[in-house]
Write a protein that binds this ligand. Sequence first.
Ligand SMILES: C[S@@+](CC[C@H](N)C(=O)[O-])C[C@H]1O[C@@H](n2cnc3c(N)ncnc32)[C@H](O)[C@@H]1O
Length: 335
Amino acid sequence: MNYIGSKLKLCDFIVGNITNAVQKPLSECVLCDLFAGTGAVGRAFKSKVKKIIANDKEFYSFVLNQNYIANHTQIANLDALVAMLDSLQGVMGKIYSHYSLGGTQDKPYQRLYFSDENAMKIDSIRVKIENLKRDKEIDLGAYYFLLASLLECADKVANVASVYGAFLKRLKKSALKTMEFRGAKCEVGNNANEVYNCDASELIGRIKGDILYLDPPYNAREYGANYHLLNTIALYDDFAPQGKTGLREYEKSAFCKKGRVADELESLIKRADFEWIFLSYNDEGILGLDEIERIFKANGTYRCVNKNYQRFKADSTRTQKQHYTIEYLHILRKS
Ligand SMILES: C[S@@+](CC[C@H](N)C(=O)[O-])C[C@H]1O[C@@H](n2cnc3c(N)ncnc32)[C@H](O)[C@@H]1O
């Protein structure tokens, strides 16, 4: 998934530096990925550490991490389930009626987030997944595996430039293709991990471990707004989409607010019951490097490593510009 702030391409840098810094075998460590997003960092550590605690305040992320981090045994009848769902007849459900042209043509706002066909296919698969769970034909592991698969497949055919803050006026090439429902990867492991859907500031008081990895938002762009449609597919609840973009209500993050982020980080670090703390942040973040340094130095032994990194491409203009940022990994041993 093309996710703002994804650390997929930085995993080697992050895993390498964390492994070098922590003076104890990773296999004896509990690692918490407190702002887990797509789960890329947790996945990179899944086979290396004793246990992973993954958390994110967005529900779609909870679903992805339930599949990628919590699921650790093989899911029965996986291929048959996926094939059955892929062959379902489309239905006119919530995605069709709020987010396709066919479903919104008689409404105050016309929206084109998905082709009519793909919106109906998403609806039919989403409804069937819920029914399978309700009828106890699948367990929770399979439920989250199927939901995560649907989120990723729907994202591939979404008619957006990159995020769901707005849709494109005409269906782009990838959005015209019929959505193929394919199973997400599901890594078998031998650890029983924990996944939460909480605000980081609240959860930090309830957990403890050895390594705390922090990857908060670094600017004012709220994930709840930019990925609202993924939350809608995952939750599939009753809600009133707002205005032209069809945004649902969302909780704002203190880490996206210039006036609050420093206090929030400081409080998080102080209350964290973890010996090692790592923070990913880039040089374009709303929190200055000097401020991060001050917060970290007040809590133990601090150092920092960095790497040049090709930035998330928000649109085609930026792609051509080949924009680079400096990605920092702040390292703290708490005392
Ligand atoms: C930079 S992204 C993390 C990307 C992730 N490391 C990855 O590789 O996919 C930041 C994440 O923090 C989450 N988030 C923002 N504010 C939060 C909060 N107060 N508590 C928990 N999660 C939060 C967002 O939903 C988003 O997924």
